[in-house]
Design a protein around this ligand. Sequence first.
Ligand code: PEP
Length: 251
Amino acid sequence: MRKNIVAGNWKMNKTLQEGIELAKELNQILSTETPHCDVIICTPFIHLASVTPLVDAAKIGVGAENCADKESGAYTGEVSAAMVKSTGAQYVILGHSERRAYYHETIETLAEKVKLALANGLKVIFCIGEVLEEREANRQNEVVAAQLASVFSLTAQDFANIILAYEPVWAIGTGKTATPEQAQEMHAYIRSLIAKNYGNEVAEDTSILYGGSCKPSNAKELFANPDVDGGLIGGAALKAADFKGIIDAFN
Ligand code: PEP
């Protein structure tokens, strides 16, 4: 049975002290109840080692927002998957559209990152999604299918550690959310591609999250779709109350 998941992506926000405060606040809010979904917070690298021991691991998983495509060595400024894992983090976001667009991450680079993340025991939240021009040209399916190549060469055993996040780039940080119908249509298509590659059982077990201007006011409607298994949340993950509002969409 696949899991419902609400994952936050803090991006390049929050100083260490602010991040610690946010993690503590969320931990406190969730201390009195059991969320009806898995909850993950993905933070900048510098927060990981401080935040992981602060949160109740039974309720909140912690992840990074990126890792290197090399194992170790002379790669100034990079952070390896092994380093992420050594902080106690269990997840890493890979393939986010901001990494693809601003840091030129390719399908091949991402395949390397995914391989290293999995080899180091991290679960990967792998992001895919089309830009506005591709959607307007009705090319979203072919774009997403091509991006999946970074993970579709994995064995079924490794693929079990992949969480997919469909994030239409035109909806990220824009306030322009995909309609529940658009989300469901794409998620069903993604699941059909997984089924073709790995079979129905694997497809049914894979969590596919929606990302793009998801907030407490629209989360319930989005998550109600049969193939939408939760959300990857940017802006609304930066305030504990908003993030909790989205988690509550599963109540
Ligand atoms: C994201 O960047 O993963 C994201 C979904 O951002 P936002 O929720 O702010 O659109």
